[in-house]
Write a protein that binds this ligand. Structure first.
Ligand code: GDP
Length: 507
């Protein structure tokens, strides 16, 4: 029964894919379900109830200001292609600015100023990654360094970068690059930036612009210092205690380590042995590595580390949350999968409902448009419409073949045939199973009627008419259903029974 199917659907053990497409169309099943008990409403309600008993990770309250400690800024370098982003990152990595000397690979990386200040540079995000993270609310960037080549000026992607930063409310520092070049014109760059609401200090604004040469490594210390100065203004702080929160920057499968992800910690302190969930993936942190590929046992806010221990690879941009146990991690992931499936099913239901309505409206229109016709005209118009409908979509053809009841109607007088056809007409549109009147007429059942019935695998209905012995014998021999009635409503009941026997098996 319906509750059973409903329960099955709810537990999602009802596998739509397992239905054979040519036995009963999936769509028909769902249509049936939706139709039968207004379960759409039940459905939505139960989903809501379930969602209310949210099994996701509990959010911790905002940190107490007293426990906050300063944290390094996380910086993303953006700008037009070929303006020197990669070169700048490489130079920063290798430069004197960095206290550590083996900064050659893992990203993001930290740059430490002689004063001991640290900056975490992200070098993955292109614009797309930046927007994706912003959309998910998991943007980790505190500051954007906008690289503009002094020999080229503000270009298309420069403008896009500015827009991205502004939308995300992330402050900008301009690195006017390639200043070693002859044709470099830094003041033109700053002038052009004015047109995009980036007002540098010399124009009375608060945007710092540093003239650098990424290639030669000129002024990189100034750029780093400008970043630290801005970070101080931003008063970047975080709570290093409590449940860990962070963001996946990048995920990949490492030859030696297996599934690893680079993460930035936002809150709390990540430790070996922590259990984390990110989207529909979870991890028991087995190892952590810093940007020098050195194993570390702890990572505080604004620190980037590589994590080993994922059961499945999480996606970049996904939020990381710590949970108390592996069991809890599994529960959260299961719950998230459940919610996602529910959402999808709900969408499917909506689409099916819309389609159903569309169908019903077209039937209704059709009937209305035929109202003024005589019953004979109406029949032939219906044939035409049916044919068109069947030609419209191949899958619908299957549907109508499967769910069509071909009938031949014979009556004693025109009036009775018309009456029967009119009643059938009104059923036609409401029933799931489509009646197809292949022939109708006045008079006793003839061999010709039998031929038609045989050709269409149809049933013959006679009202107040007879069938002679030879006709009855042929019908019996060929297994052609021949039904003779003397009362109209009995004929109609009989037909309805046959119609419902053609419907999909009772759910
Ligand atoms: P990206 O597309 O923004 O990452 O740009 P790249 O870092 O790949 O640089 C593009 C080209 O500009 C390369 O040929 C670099 O060597 C060159 N380049 C980058 N920075 C400088 C610079 O400061 N001075 C000069 N002369 N060339 C640079």
């Amino acid at each position: 029964d319906i509750d059973h199917v409903y329960e099955a659907l709810l537990n999602t053990s009802f596998d739509l894919d397992s239905l054979e497409p040519d036995s009963v169309l999936e769509e028909e099943w769902i249509k049936e379900i939706v139709k039968r008990s207004g379960m759409k409403f039940k459905w939505a309600k139960l989903t809501e109830d379930k969602v209310r008993e949210n099994k996701d990770v509990e959010r911790q309250p905002p940190p107490d200001p007293a426990v906050l400690v300063p944290r390094p800024p996380v910086v993303t370098i953006m700008g037009h292609v070929d303006h020197g982003k990669t070169t700048l990152l490489d130079s920063l990595r290798k430069s004197q600015v960095a206290a550590m000397d083996r900064l050659t690979f893992v990203l993001p990386f930290a740059v430490q100023l002689p004063s001991g200040e640290r900056i975490t540079f992200l070098d993955t995000p292109g614009h797309a990654a930046f927007s994706a993270m912003r959309a998910r609310g998991t943007l980790v960037t505190d500051i954007v360094i906008l690289v503009v080549a002094a020999d080229d000026g503000v270009m298309k992607q420069t403008i896009e970068s500015i827009q991205h930063a502004k939308k995300a409310k992330v402050p900008i520092i301009v690195a006017v690059n390639k200043c070693d070049k002859h044709e470099a014109d830094p003041s033109r760059v700053k002038q052009e930036l004015l047109g995009h609401d980036v007002v540098c200090e010399e124009f009375g604004g608060d945007v710092q612009a540093i003239h650098v040469s990424a290639l030669k490594g000129d002024n990189l210390l100034e750029l780093a210092e400008a970043t630290v100065t801005l970070a101080e203004v931003l008063e970047l702080k975080a709570d290093p205690t409590g449940q860990v929160e962070g963001t996946i920057i990048e995920s990949r499968t490492d030859k030696g380590k297996g599934p690893v992800s680079t993460v930035i910690v936002k809150r709390g302190t990540l430790r070996k042995g922590c259990t984390l969930v990110a989207g529909k993936a979870w991890a028991k942190v087995r190892f952590m590595f810093d940007e020098n590929n050195q194993a570390v046992s702890e990572a505080g806010p604004s620190t980037a580390v590589e994590i080993v221990g994922w059961k499945e690879l999480p996606s970049a941009g996904e939020e990381i949350l710590e949970v108390v146990s592996e069991q809890r991690a599994r529960e959260v992931v299961d719950w998230r999968c459940y919610v996602e499936e529910q959402e999808k099913l709900k969408e499917d239901m909506k689409a099916i409902e819309a389609k159903q309505q569309e169908h019903e409206e077209s039937y209704k229109k059709e009937r209305e448009s035929m109202a003024h016709l005589s019953w004979k005209q109406r029949k032939s118009a219906m044939y035409r419409a049916n044919k068109q409908r069947m030609a419209f979509r191949p899958s619908e053809r299957v549907e109508s073949q499967d769910l069509t009841l071909p009938v031949i109607v014979k009556g004693d007088v025109d009036g009775s045939v018309e009456a029967i056809l009119n009643i059938l007409d009104s059923y036609d549109a409401d029933e799931q199973c489509q009646l197809n009147v292949v022939h109708f007429g006045v008079g006793d059942i003839t061999e010709n009627d039998l031929k038609l019935a045989e050709t269409f695998s149809g049933t013959i209905y006679g009202f107040n008419v007879a069938a002679n012995k030879s006709v009855q014998q042929i019908a019996a021999k060929k297994g052609i259903p021949l039904k003779l009635h003397r009362v109209i409503y009995k004929l109609i009941d009989d037909l309805k029974d046959e119609l419902s026997s053609k419907l999909p098996p009772t759910l």
